[in-house]
Design a protein around this ligand. Structure first.
Ligand code: GTP
Ligand code: MG
Length: 268
């Protein structure tokens, strides 16, 4: 700003007779304060953008921390019980436009404090399991960990949404360790079976694509499929249990032999 002042002063000092010369000082100070105000504004804006980006970086790390917890549980199950309860894990950071849209929808002023306090799904982790019972085992194993604070649960499996949506939702908070601070951040965890996920991704298309003239008919068909899927999930679990029972309880030696047989199985 000082440089610009000097520039204007130099410009006018060359023209002592100019009608503008007398006004030069006033012009310079008006210009100066306008520039200062603009600079302050953009400085604040850039500062906020940097802080927002930092907060998103922190949520990304929280998401990675939760994903690692599930990877650890899966690795343990694989070696200990020769079974992977988790088929795959997806993570997603909520887009800025979606954060803004949700805050507007819920009448919350846009600020970093309000994002942390009111938007629980900035960081999202989706866990896909093969069987229904795995969902509850995985949910329990996560929420019982010492550094995980349970905030809320929505069991859309026990209580499906009217459209047929089924899934287990958890909101948890975890501490994430950065170089100069420990930040406690919320993460939304959705745990569902492969079949539930298949259904939800198709239903999502119906919801977010443009108005469909056959919308009502498709919704009814989806609802029907959701019931078929729910029955299939239950039956698949029952079949698995029957197989487990019929193969009898393995002896200690058999368990040890099975572990040895899978000794070289890759641990991702
Ligand atoms: P959002 O504002 O959408 O985040 O919903 P909410 O805060 O009321 O939470 P809820 O637990 O109901 O839903 C959270 C997320 O679950 C959504 O963002 C979707 O990813 C998923 N979800 C919830 N309901 C449905 C549904 O009916 N269909 C599909 N496909 N996904 C759903
Ligand atoms: Mg959401």
């Amino acid at each position: 700003m000082k440089k610009e002042n000097e520039y204007f002063e130099a410009l006018f000092s060359d023209m002592p007779d100019s009608p503008l010369a007398g006004a030069s000082l006033g012009l310079v100070s008006a210009q100066d304060s306008l520039m200062n105000a603009m600079f302050d504004q953009s400085k604040k804006m850039i500062g906020s953008m940097v802080e927002y980006k930092e907060l998103m970086m922190m949520y990304t790390c929280a998401m990675k921390t939760i994903k690692t917890k599930f990877d650890v549980l899966n690795a343990e199950f694989k070696v200990r019980y020769q079974r992977n309860p988790i088929k795959f894990i997806d993570t997603r950071l909520k887009r800025t436009t979606s954060v803004m849209e949700k805050m507007e929808r819920n009448n919350i002023a846009f600020s970093l404090e309000n994002i942390e306090a009111h938007i629980h799904d900035v960081a999202g982790v989706r866990v896909i399991c093969s069987y229904l019972d795995d969902i509850y085992v995985i949910a329990k194993a996560l929420t019982e960990q010492d550094d995980v604070t349970f905030i809320a649960q929505k069991d859309y499996i026990e209580n499906p949404k009217p459209n047929g949506y089924r899934s287990m939702h958890l909101i948890v908070s975890i501490p994430v360790f950065f170089s100069e601070q420990i930040k406690h951040l919320k993460v939304e965890v959705q745990i569902r079976t492969i079949a539930m996920d298949f259904w939800a991704s198709l239903e999502h298309q119906l919801k977010y694509k443009q108005e469909n003239p056959n919308g009502a008919e498709i919704a009814a068909e989806l609802k029907e499929c959701s019931e078929v899927i729910s029955n299939t999930d239950t039956r698949m679990l029952e079949i698995r249990k029957k197989i487990e029972i019929n193969s009898g309880k393995p002896t200690e030696d058999e368990v040890l032999f099975e572990k040895l047989r899978k000794f070289d199985v890759a641990i991702e």
